[in-house]
Design a protein around this ligand. Structure first.
Ligand code: NAD
Length: 394
């Protein structure tokens, strides 16, 4: 019997090869995919870019960023200054309001800055009875990481007042710096005074904006909350919402910022305030002095807190190279920065110089062991030009 040869139809052969080709293609494609790098699932960290200041009008809802000043690099030194003895005594505690407006000593022990020199740290008594340090650390233009390190070093050196704002985009760094210092036993929460600010575009929902700041800071309460710029739409509503937070125990004191003489803004806000503001934070430095406004708000028991105490980022060299100030600095064996800060304190202001450089932070706090003479105070008083570097007049 003849074997019958089976013939395979051409169509079947074609389908067979097509299938093989398909399987090979899929395998090759899978292999190729495995060889590719894994797709990033986490977004890359955004590096915060620098920006000159937080005072200008252009800032709307855009969060602030930072800029190291030209010729004044603020990069943290790798070498850490010597360890200092932190000041004792609580800031932010309640004192009899009858003695408000007086500078008084809060420390039981003197703060020791440089081995053989010691001095008393002073606080102001606010119109609600809380105390507030006269000198602190500003954190405008600091990145989250810089803010954490600066706050930590400041607290380590004895600084007890920290100023931040929602708009600085670094409240979480400030909170981390505070926690680090507390965890290391350098300070307690009660010993420090923390300020933040509600940004203008949040005035419609200031209570919520404040709660978010509180969360970013990681604190149970904030010592002082300011309306960042006034007047602005909804400023009265915002103030009242913050008053509710005072009632809830989440804020101790309220304040205003960027109000100058020449309009009714301060009077209007003071009038509607059921909980009176304790201070106004303004641009203030020898070339642009708030003397008249200080006297005006002083009548209601408010202080002026100076921002741009050294002239501000991008403007400090005008001061640091000033012949008159250099002369005064030489007479006291101090730096011009220290002379400027001493002037703020002696003129009755509270102030918050900004820096990310631990050496500068220590230097800026070392101003309690000398005094400017009446003549020197008068010389600086006469430097007022009436023009600020931002000079916002809402
Ligand atoms: P500032 O006058 O404190 O100057 C800061 C500049 O001085 C920085 O460039 C810093 O590098 C330099 N500096 C600090 N100490 C120095 C030292 N010992 N030697 C040499 N250089 C030194 O300006 P600022 O930081 O913008 O203002 C102070 C704070 O005020 C801010 O950090 C912020 O907290 C607050 N602020 C508030 C408002 C507002 O609208 N309420 C506006 C601006 C600033």
């Amino acid at each position: 019997m003849k074997n019958k040869r089976k013939t395979i139809p051409t169509d079947t052969v074609l389908v067979f090869f097509a299938l093989i080709f398909l399987v090979m293609s899929i395998l090759t494609a899978c292999g190729a995919e495995e060889a590719l790098p894994q797709e990033e699932t986490e977004p890359a960290l955004t590096v915060v870019e620098d920006e000159p200041d937080d005072a200008g009008e252009p800032l709307t809802s855009k969060p602030l960023t930072s800029e190291p000043e030209e010729g004044d690099p603020e990069a943290p030194e790798s070498e850490e200054p010597e360890e200092e003895t932190p000041a004792e005594g609580a800031s932010g505690g309640i004192v009899d309001p009858a003695i408000q407006n007086e500078v008084h000593v809060v420390s039981d022990t003197p703060y020791v800055m440089s081995g053989d020199q010691s001095f008393w740290v002073e606080d102001k008594v606010l119109n609600n009875g809380y105390t507030m340090p006269v000198l602190g650390l500003g954190t405008y233009a600091l990145t989250v990481e810089q803010a954490e390190n600066s706050v930590y070093h400041a607290l380590k050196y004895g600084v007890r007042l920290i100023d931040t704002a929602r708009a600085y985009n670094n409240e979480d760094g400030v909170g981390r710096g505070i926690r680090r210092a507390i965890d290391e036993g350098l300070v307690t929460r009660e010993e420090i005074f923390v300020t933040t600010k509600v940004w203008d575009t949040d005035f419609g929902n200031a209570g919520r904006a404040f709660e978010q700041s509180l969360e970013r800071l990681g604190l149970d309460y904030v010592d002082l909350v300011l309306l960042h710029h006034v007047p602005r739409t909804n400023d009265e509503k915002a103030y009242h919402e913050l008053e509710e937070k005072v009632a809830e125990g989440k804020i101790r004191s309220l304040g205003l910022s960027n109000i100058y003489l020449g309009n009714d803004t301060f009077d209007r806000m003071y009038e509607i305030a059921e909980i009176k503001p304790v201070l106004v934070q303004n641009e203030n430095h020898p070339f642009f002095q708030n003397t008249d406004f200080q006297a005006y708000v002083g009548e209601q028991g408010l202080f002026i807190e100076s921002w741009y105490p050294l002239g501000g980022r991008g403007f400090t060299q005008e001061y640091f190279n000033n012949e008159i100030l250099l002369g005064i600095a030489a007479a006291h064996d101090k730096t011009v920065a220290q002379i400027l800060l001493r002037w703020h304190i002696q003129a009755g202001y509270i102030t918050i110089p900004g820096s990310s450089n631990p050496d500068h932070i220590a230097e800026n706090y070392d101003i309690f062991c000398f005094e400017l003479t009446d003549e020197e105070m008068q010389t600086i008083r006469e430097m007022d030009t009436g023009h600020g570097n931002f000079n916002l007049r809402g």
